[in-house]
Design a protein around this ligand. Structure first.
Ligand code: GCO
Length: 256
């Protein structure tokens, strides 16, 4: 097969959770730029619709589907609605997530519960119904969004770090269960990118200066630099890649 065709997503349908802004929107945009139709998701209907309009204005096929990924019934209903009303889901990107920072000894238990539900349980709630359809077709690509914090820790984000470490192993487990059924399940682990989730860090000049020194590339990542990893893992170019976590972090996780 010629190389460009390997990365061509024309005719594919991708669901990207948490895609009205930030990393999720960039990944949906990258998949659409390589031919996929995309279903955008988020909890805020207006934001999801506005994001879909942005992609349509660029000539892409985009659907807006606001639903709460932390509600298993809502997730199952949304997946059924996509499969029956839009088309078979070829690509699932589990991007929806949250962050809450604070010292672990004082970390609020309700925030702990929110993080586990949003960053881990939602991936199970959304992926299980999608995987059933994919298994029925003998094909599908699932991309979970991990983090540099799947590999490293830093003070003040321990609950988030725990959830992202779990995502790395959940990815491996999904690959173990589903590779023989024709599914490829991998993860993308972003380093530090200027997203709404990191607003507080971006505005913290001390943190930003430290990060730029700590990161071998010497800078924050640009959201467009995540698109290639998503297109690769969603495409036929990754047909024998399974259970892998691909770090897109400027070298952060391989150096001290
Ligand atoms: C933090 C950040 C990180 C990034 C990203 C790094 O407070 O350290 O939120 O967790 O969001 O996950 O890979």
């Amino acid at each position: 097969m010629n190389m460009p065709a390997l990365f061509d997503l024309t005719g594919k349908l991708a669901l990207v959770t948490g895609s009205s802004q930030g990393i999720g929107f960039a990944l949906a945009q990258g998949l659409a730029e390589h031919g996929a139709s995309v279903v955008l998701n988020g909890r805020d209907r207006d934001k999801v619709e506005a994001a879909a309009d942005r992609l349509r204005a660029a000539g892409h096929t985009a659907h807006a589907l606001p639903f709460d990924v932390t509600d298993p019934s809502a997730a199952e209903a949304a997946i059924s609605a996509i499969e029956s009303g839009i088309g078979p889901i070829d690509i699932l990107v589990n991007n929806a997530g949250m962050q809450h920072r604070g010292p672990l000894e004082d970390f609020p238990q309700d925030k702990w519960d929110d993080l586990l539900r949003t960053n881990i349980s939602s991936v199970f709630y959304v992926t299980q119904p999608v995987a059933r359809f994919m298994i029925g077709r003998g094909r599908g690509r699932i991309i979970n969004i991990a983090s540099a914090m799947s590999e490293l820790a830093r003070p003040g984000v321990t609950p988030y770090t725990a959830t992202k470490g779990a995502i790395r192993n959940l990815t491996r487990g999904m690959a173990a269960d589903w590779a023989k059924k024709g599914l490829q399940v991998n993860a993308i682990a972003p380093g530090y990118f200027k997203t709404p989730l990191n607003k507080a860090l971006i505005e913290d000049k001390t943190f930003s200066a430290w990060l730029e020194t700590r990161t071998p590339a010497g800078r924050w990542g640009d959201l467009d630099e995540l698109k290639g990893a998503a297109v690769f893992l969603a495409s036929d170019a990754a047909s024998f890649v399974n259970g892998h976590t691909l770090y897109v972090d400027g070298g952060l996780t391989v150096t001290v």
